[in-house]
Design a protein around this ligand. Structure first.
Ligand SMILES: C[S@@+](CC[C@H](N)C(=O)[O-])C[C@H]1O[C@@H](n2cnc3c(N)ncnc32)[C@H](O)[C@@H]1O
Ligand SMILES: [Zn+2]
Length: 307
C-alpha cells in the first residue's frame, strides 16, 4: 500500500466530511484526517472507515459476512459455476469481458470497484491499469480480508481496500474515471442514496458499469415475489424500467442494457458533462436507447451524441 498512485487517491474523512485522510509513512498503520484529526486503522490489508455498525443490515448483507460463503463465493458452485451461468444467462467469464469492454480503461485512470466483495473485479482492474489505481469498497470485513490476501499473494500494489458503506462514500466529488458495481445494486438498503453517491464521485463524462438482479417472472406474480424477496432477504429484483428510473433520478443518463436474461442484467450509465437532457428518448433496436442532448441553456434541441 506504499504505491505512489495510492497516495494520489483522495479519501474524504467520513467523520467530518470535510478533511482528507492522509497515509504518511509515519502513520502507515492508520490514516488521519487533516481537519478533525479522526484516525482510522489500516490493518488486515484494508482501511477501516468503521461504517455505522448500529445501522440495520439486511439478511443478505449479513450473509455476505458469513465466512463459509465468503470462502466459496468465487468458486465453481457459485460465481464461476454453471448454475450461476444458467441463472444469469451469461457465464462469469463473458460477464467480465463485457464489463472490461464497456469500461475501456487505459493509463493512469482511477477506478472505484464498489461492493467489491473478495476483489472479483478489483484485481483484474488493477492488473489492467498498472499506472492507475483501484479502490475496492465493501461493507463485509471477511470479503475485504479475502481480497486483501489475494492482492498480497499476487504482489499487486495499486489497490486500496476500504471498509465502508455505499450510501456514504468517503471520496470527494468527481474523484473516479470509472465506477464498477457488480452484483450489489439489489442489496443496497437505500438505493437512491447509493446511486447519488456513485454519481457524485464519478467524473463528468465518466461511466458506471453494473450487474444486478432482474425480475424475470411474469407481471402480477412478479410483483408479489419481488416484494417478498425484498422484504425477507433484502434483495431487490429489478425491472429494467424501474432501475432506469432510479438511475435517472440520481442524475445518470445514457442508460444502456448490455445483457438482460433470466435473473441478471448488465448495464452502464453515464454522468453527462455540462449538458441538459432533452427528456425524449428514442428507442433503438435491441433495447438500446439514444438520448437527445443539447448544450445547457442554449435552447438548441438538435440531437447530439456524447461519447
Ligand atoms: C454479491 S457480492 C458482489 C461481489 C463482487 N462485486 C462480484 O461482482 O462478484 C455483493 C457485495 O456487496 C456488498 N454490499 C452490500 N451492501 C453494501 C453496502 N451498503 N455498501 C458496500 N458494500 C455492500 C456485500 O458485502 C458483498 O460483498
Ligand atoms: Zn475529519
Amino acid at each position: 500500500m506504499s504505491n505512489q498512485q495510492l497516495h494520489q487517491l483522495k479519501i474524504r474523512c467520513p467523520a467530518c466530511d470535510t478533511g482528507r485522510l492522509r497515509m504518511t509513512p509515519e502513520t502507515a498503520l492508520s490514516a488521519q484526517c487533516d481537519h478533525c484529526q479522526a484516525s482510522f486503522p489500516l490493518a488486515q490489508g484494508f482501511l477501516d472507515l468503521r461504517p455505522d455498525s448500529s445501522q440495520h443490515r439486511t439478511f443478505s448483507q449479513k450473509l455476505m459476512e458469513w465466512e463459509p460463503l465468503v470462502n466459496r463465493y468465487e468458486g465453481r458452485w457459485w460465481r464461476s459455476g454453471i448454475f450461476a451461468a444458467w441463472l444469469f444467462g451469461i457465464s462469469f467469464r463473458e460477464e467480465q469481458s463485457l464489463i472490461f469492454q464497456l469500461a475501456d480503461l487505459q493509463g493512469d485512470k482511477r477506478v472505484l470497484d464498489l461492493a467489491c466483495g473478495p476483489g472479483t473485479y478489483t484485481l483484474p482492474f488493477a492488473r489492467q491499469l498498472p499506472e492507475g489505481c483501484v479502490a475496492g469498497l465493501d461493507l463485509s470485513v471477511p470479503m475485504l480480508v479475502k481480497g486483501a490476501t489475494k492482492i498480497r499473494e499476487a504482489a499487486i500494489g495499486n489497490v486500496l481496500f476500504l471498509h465502508g458503506n455505499a450510501e456514504h462514500l468517503p471520496f470527494p466529488d468527481d474523484e473516479f474515471h470509472h465506477v464498477n458495481c457488480c452484483g450489489a445494486l439489489h442489496l443496497f438498503a437505500d438505493l437512491p442514496r447509493a446511486l447519488k453517491e456513485i454519481h457524485r464521485v464519478l467524473k463528468p463524462g465518466g461511466r458506471m458499469t453494473a450487474t444486478a438482479c432482474r425480475n424475470w417472472f411474469p407481471a402480477g406474480f412478479a410483483q408479489t415475489l419481488a416484494a417478498s424477496h425484498h422484504r425477507h432477504f433484502g434483495v431487490r429484483l429489478f425491472r429494467a424500467r424501474n432501475l432506469e428510473s432510479h438511475l435517472r433520478q440520481a442524475g445518470f443518463r445514457k442508460v444502456r442494457w448490455h445483457h438482460k436474461k433470466r435473473y441478471w442484467m448488465v448495464l452502464s450509465a453515464r454522468k453527462v458533462a455540462g449538458l441538459a437532457i432533452d427528456e425524449k428518448e428514442i428507442p433503438e433496436q435491441g433495447g438500446w436507447q439514444a438520448e437527445k442532448l443539447s448544450p445547457l441553456g442554449s435552447g438548441n434541441h438538435n440531437p447530439r451524441r456524447v461519447a
